[in-house]
Design a protein around this ligand. Structure first.
Ligand SMILES: *Cc1c(COP(=O)(O)O)cnc(C)c1O
Length: 356
C-alpha cells in the first residue's frame, strides 16, 4: 500500500521519517525493553524524553527566558476556556473575530468575563483579517494567527503595548518564525503541525501565571500545571514523545526559518496557479492568504465535488473544504512535501483542461 498525499486540515500528515522512527522504536524504546506507551510518566526514562522535548521546542521556537512551556490536554478548545479563566481576572479582554475558531474562542471566554469584539470579518464570511480597535484596559488581546477553515493569516501582528497578546497558533505554529517575546501566551493544538491529536502546547510568560479565577479546574490552571511541569496528572505521554521527534525533525530540516521558506514556496505554487486559472478561484483576500490552508472553488459545487473525488483517485486526498465553507481546501503543513503540492497543481491543470 502506497502512502497518499494527505491534505487534511487536522489531524494531518506527520513527517515520514518520524513515523518510521516511531515504528522502529514502538516495541522497545532504546534499551528500556518497553514502548514509550508503557512507561510511567514519573519514570526517569520518560522524564528524560519529556525534558528533551521541552528543550527542543524552546530551541526551535527561540523561546526566551521567562516563559513556561506546558503540554496539556483538551485541545485548543479547552484552552479557549482556560485562557479566559487564567488571564481575564474578572476583567475584560479584546478578541479579534477572524474565523470560526476565533469566534468559538470568544464565545467561550464570555462565560468568564467581559469580551470586547475588537474587530470582526464575520459579515464578510471571514474572507479577510478584519480591522480592529483595541481597548487600553484589556487584560489581553486574543488573535488566531492562522484561520484554518477560511484560509487566512495575520501577516502583521497587532501592536498591543503593555497588554499581553494571546495567540491561538494551532494551525501555523512552527511553520514560520515568530518572535515569541511579542506574546504573553501562545497555545496550539498539536494535530495540525506537531503531533497526533490529544496534546495542546501552551507557552506562557511567567508573570501571567497565578491570577486564575478560583473556579478554574486544576488541570486547566496554568500556574498549577507549570509548578508540576505539566504532570499534575498523567499527560499524553506518547503524543508528547512524538512531538519531540517532530522537533528533532524540524532541526534536521534547518529549523523553522528553513521550513518557512519551503512553506512560502509551496503556498506560492498553489496561489500562482489559482490566480492564473480559468477554472479555480481563491476564496481569501490576497493580502491575508494563509500559507497553511489554501482555499479555492470552481464556483460550481458539483464540479468541486467531482474535483475532490478525482483528486482522491490520484492519491491526493482530503482536499474537500470545511463543511461550513464548501469548495476545496489544501492543507499544506510542514509535513507536506513540496512534491505533494506539485502533484496537486499538476492535477488541477489536468482537471482545468478537461473541464474549462
Ligand atoms: C483545529 C483548531 C482548533 C480546535 O482544536 P481542537 O484541538 O480540536 O480543540 C482551534 N483553533 C484553531 C486555529 C484550529 O485550527
Amino acid at each position: 500500500m502506497e502512502r497518499v498525499y494527505n491534505f487534511a486540515p487536522g489531524p494531518s500528515m506527520l513527517p515520514l521519517p518520524v513515523l518510521e522512527e516511531v515504528q522502529r522504536d514502538l516495541l522497545c524504546y532504546g534499551n528500556t525493553g518497553m514502548s514509550v506507551m508503557e512507561m510511567s510518566h514519573r519514570s526517569k526514562m520518560y522524564l528524560d524524553i519529556f525534558q528533551e522535548t521541552v528543550e527542543d521546542l524552546k530551541d526551535v521556537m527561540g523561546i526566551p527566558e521567562g516563559y513556561k512551556v506546558l503540554f496539556l490536554q483538551g485541545g485548543a478548545t479547552a484552552m479557549f476556556a482556560a485562557v479566559a479563566m487564567n488571564l481575564m481576572c474578572g476583567g475584560k479582554a479584546d478578541y479579534v473575530d477572524s474565523g470560526n475558531f476565533a469566534h468559538n474562542a470568544l464565545v467561550e471566554a464570555k462565560k468568564y468575563g467581559e469580551v470586547n469584539v475588537a474587530g470582526s470579518s464575520r459579515e464578510d464570511n471571514y474572507t479577510h483579517i478584519p480591522a480592529y480597535t483595541l481597548s487600553p484596559d484589556a487584560s489581553y488581546v486574543h488573535i488566531t494567527t492562522n484561520n484554518t477553515i477560511y484560509g487566512t493569516r495575520w501577516s502583521k501582528l497587532p501592536e498591543t503595548g503593555n497588554v499581553p497578546l494571546v495567540a491561538d497558533m494551532s494551525s501555523n505554529i512552527l511553520s514560520e518564525v515568530y518572535d515569541v517575546s511579542r506574546f504573553g501566551l501562545i497555545y496550539a493544538g498539536a494535530q495540525k503541525n506537531v503531533a497526533p491529536a490529544g496534546v495542546v502546547i501552551v507557552i506562557v510568560r511567567e508573570d501571567l501565571l497565578g491570577h486564575a479565577m478560583p473556579i478554574t479546574p486544576k488541570v486547566m490552571n496554568f500556574k498549577e500545571m507549570a509548578d508540576k511541569d505539566s504532570m499534575l496528572n498523567t499527560p499524553n505521554c506518547f503524543g508528547i514523545y512524538i512531538a519531540g521527534r517532530v522537533f528533532k525533525w524540524i532541526k534536521a530540516q534547518g529549523g523553522v526559518a528553513a521550513l518557512e521558506k519551503v512553506n512560502i514556496e509551496k503556498a506560492n505554487l498553489l496561489y500562482d496557479f489559482i490566480d492564473n486559472s480559468r477554472l479555480f478561484k481563491g476564496t481569501a483576500v490576497r493580502e491575508d492568504r494563509s500559507r497553511m490552508n489554501v482555499t479555492f472553488v470552481t464556483g460550481d459545487p458539483d464540479m468541486d465535488a467531482r474535483f475532490c473525488k478525482e483528486a482522491a483517485a490520484k492519491g491526493l486526498v482530503n482536499v474537500k473544504g470545511h463543511r461550513i465553507v464548501g469548495g476545496m481546501r489544501a492543507s499544506i503543513y510542514n509535513a507536506m512535501p513540496i512534491e505533494g503540492v506539485r502533484a496537486l497543481v499538476s492535477f488541477m491543470k489536468e482537471f482545468e483542461q478537461a473541464n474549462a
